[in-house]
Design a protein around this ligand. Structure first.
Ligand SMILES: [Zn+2]
Length: 155
């Protein structure tokens, strides 16, 4: 399944920010916030009781949203490939292309291209930085929004 197809499965978003917690629930994934090692933003695992995403309690809400979207991609793209007996299968960050795909998915669902373009055109340049305003609107980090704007060719 590619990103475009996966995104078509998601109910169309009219206004930012995306309710990522609701989306996780929609996909049947339970979210948990727990202390995790500093370098671990999140963990996706499937157990006999279902699919879980564990978020690092030390991370900012924006970072947790990104992690949820990223781990959700692991859930969506890997669904059906794991046997039900494959309990506690933890996705590691060893496969770079899978990681890229999950990051692209996260960017596309948290900052849908058409919505970012629309809001970027509406935002008035004033005292505030456009990237910061959009980041705040979409509830993502400024860095994530800066990369997204660059990728979309919006400056
Ligand atoms: Zn990952």
């Amino acid at each position: 399944m590619d990103t475009t197809y996966a995104i078509r499965l998601i109910p169309r978003q009219i206004e930012p920010p995306l309710d990522v917690n609701w989306l996780a629930e929609w996909f049947g994934v339970e979210l948990e916030i727990r202390p995790l090692p500093k370098k671990v933003a999140g963990v996706y695992l499937r157990t006999d009781t279902g699919a879980h995403i564990i978020l690092n309690s030390s991370d900012s809400p924006e970072r947790q949203r990104w992690t949820t979207a990223h781990e959700l991609a692991h859930h969506i793209f890997c669904i059906g490939r794991q046997s039900p007996n494959d309990a506690f299968k933890i996705k590691t960050d060893s496969d770079d292309s899978a990681e890229d795909l999950c990051d692209r998915f996260a960017a596309e669902i948290l900052m849908p291209a058409s919505l970012v373009r629309k809001k970027a055109a509406e935002v008035k340049h004033g005292r505030f930085d456009k990237t910061a305003l959009l980041a705040n609107m979409f509830e993502v980090s400024i860095i994530a929004m800066r990369i997204r704007l660059r990728d979309l060719g919006i400056s």
